[in-house]
Ligand binder design. Structure first.
Ligand code: GLU
Length: 504
């Protein structure tokens, strides 16, 4: 690549960032980092009617949390600012006027009512009203009016918009890195409004001007912008600018594979579609996902490295990412698979990184717990014991609850199946055995109990399940001897005595 790679994520602050938006940001980030380039955040807030308070802060926080911060943007000047279009609004009009001068745009004075009437008339005839070369001379604009009439209207401050003059009857060939060559016939294209009567540019004009001024080399964005591409390319041509390269990312589809993933799908299926909570919608962060897991599953929505491998840290993604490997077809979203990713990341996480969160949740749930049980050493051992079965960090608490609180009942089905006539006597023997243990450690307890089993010629099944029931209240949980070590001698003895009394 000879040009410096500069890419931008250009959201409109109209609400929380959907994970599809975060995926667009991620692909831009990966591409920039892979090529040693710049990842820019530009806030496209020219449509004041759709502006939502807090949305920009949300977008910034989402990028930060995901671990893909921008190099240049609203709060990080890189010499191409400002990065909010509302703060750049004075520069766009001159560009619109430049296009008029060059004969690529014109003033249009048609009132909203007049345009609506045209639309209705067309609809009545089963047609669609398109404002372009085939009818623009019959409409109210600077191409159909005389120079004097136009001058008068402008002098009288008649409201106007500036429209792009789409070339007639030609075909535009566009090249997209993901989609290859696509062609469009201009006769179906509208003379799009570039500059609005409220003095603001439209998305199209501001987008093109800013991409040019910010020296954007590649535009990587969602497929929904593909229909705008012919106009954007024509605008570059009209200005005489060399345009960037384009890559349009495939849509993220519903879990069923049919239709675009929406906020409603998340509500119905009970999974987040936002990285962070937004208003009443939950977020991946709040649902307990680790940022690395979210980044990993997003990366695979529409891209793959060409192997079966699925687990990638951010730096692996940077090394492997190629726009050429982005797929054309929609990427089906699988909420169950997202959990699998989190589970994988949780297993890889350092136990010490989970300690603080685990400790505060345990202290909150069990305020009266014995100090030794919540020492860092003890909690790290507990994390190690139960982590294997956890999908989310919060699961560590439920998976280890029996360590902090003795069972107050015994699972009925398990009792029926595993509590035999000889069980009380066996547990009495085990109780004696463990009471004699000087060092109350897992391995020595295990040796003692196993020695007893073979001396008495008992089966494992006669001893272990009742012992587990006594300690856990159910037949689940980690290694029994580790459990005894963690809860300690007095508590282990207490639990054995209790089951003998209760189920005798
Ligand atoms: N402001 C547009 C959006 O909200 C940006 C589209 C583009 O990247 O060109 O997605």
């Amino acid at each position: 690549m000879n040009k410096r790679v500069r890419v931008r994520f250009a959201p409109s602050p109209t609400g929380g960032l959907h994970i599809g938006g975060l995926r667009t940001a991620l692909f831009n980030y990966l591409f920039a980092k892979k090529h040693g380039g710049d990842f820019i955040l530009r806030i496209e807030d020219t449509d004041q009617t759709r502006f939502v308070e807090g949305a920009e802060a949300y977008i910034e926080e989402a990028l930060e949390w995901s671990g893909i911060p921008y190099d240049e943007g609203p709060n990080k000047d890189g010499g191409y600012g400002p990065y909010r279009q509302s703060e750049r609004k004075d520069l766009y009009k001159d560009y619109a006027l430049e296009l008029i001068e060059k004969g690529h745009a014109y003033y249009a004075f048609d009132t909203p009512e007049a345009l609506q009437q045209h639309r209705l008339d067309h609809e009545a005839k089963g047609k669609t009203f398109i404002y372009n070369g085939h009818n623009r001379l019959k409409l109210d604009n600077s191409l159909s009016l005389s120079a004097q009439e136009v001058a008068n209207k402008l002098a009288d401050a008649k409201p106007y918009v500036i429209r792009f003059k789409t070339p007639e009857d030609s075909e535009i060939h566009v090249k997209d890195i993901v989609r290859g060559s696509v062609s469009f016939k201009t006769e179906v294209l509208d003379d799009k409004v570039l500059f609005k009567s409220d003095g603001m540019p439209t998305y199209h004009l501001a987008n093109i001007v800013d991409d040019h001024l910010m020296k954007i080399s590649h535009v990587i964005r969602g497929e929904e912008w593909l229909p705008s591409l012919p106009l954007h390319l024509q605008l570059y041509e009209a200005f005489g600018w060399e345009g960037p390269e384009f890559a349009h990312l495939p849509l993220i589809m519903k879990p069923t594979g049919k239709g675009k993933l929406s906020k409603r799908d998340g509500e119905k299926g009970g999974f987040p579609v936002f990285p962070l909570a937004w208003k009443e919608s939950m977020g991946y962060r709040e649902a307990g996902y680790m940022p690395g897991a979210v980044i990993n599953f997003l990366a695979l929505l529409g891209w793959n490295p060409g192997t079966e491998e699925e687990l990638f840290e951010l730096e692996d993604l940077v090394a492997l990412f190629e726009l050429e490997r982005v797929q054309k077809s929609g990427a089906r979203f699988d909420p169950e698979k997202t959990k699998w990713f989190n589970q994988q990341y949780l297993q890889k996480a350092d136990n010490s990184s989970l300690l603080e969160g685990f400790k505060s949740q345990i202290l909150l749930s069990y305020p009266d717990v014995e100090a030794a049980l919540v020492s860092d050493i003890s909690l790290l051992k507990i994390i190690d014991m139960v982590k294997e079965r956890a999908v989310f960090a919060a699961d560590l608490v439920s998976l280890s609850s029996f360590l902090f609180q003795a069972p107050d009942s015994y699972e009925e089905k398990a009792v029926k199946k595993q509590w035999k006539e000889q069980s009380p006597n066996i547990l009495k023997d085990v109780l004696k055995l463990i009471s004699n243990e000087k060092v109350f450690k897992g391995p020595s307890l295990e040796a003692a109990v196993k020695g007893y089993i073979s001396d008495q010629e008992l089966s494992f099944g006669a001893v272990m399940p009742p012992l587990r029931l006594a300690l856990v209240g159910a037949l689940s949980g980690p290694n029994i001897f580790d459990i005894m070590e963690v809860i300690g001698a007095p508590e282990s003895q207490k639990r054995l005595k209790k089951i003998i009394e209760t189920l005798a």
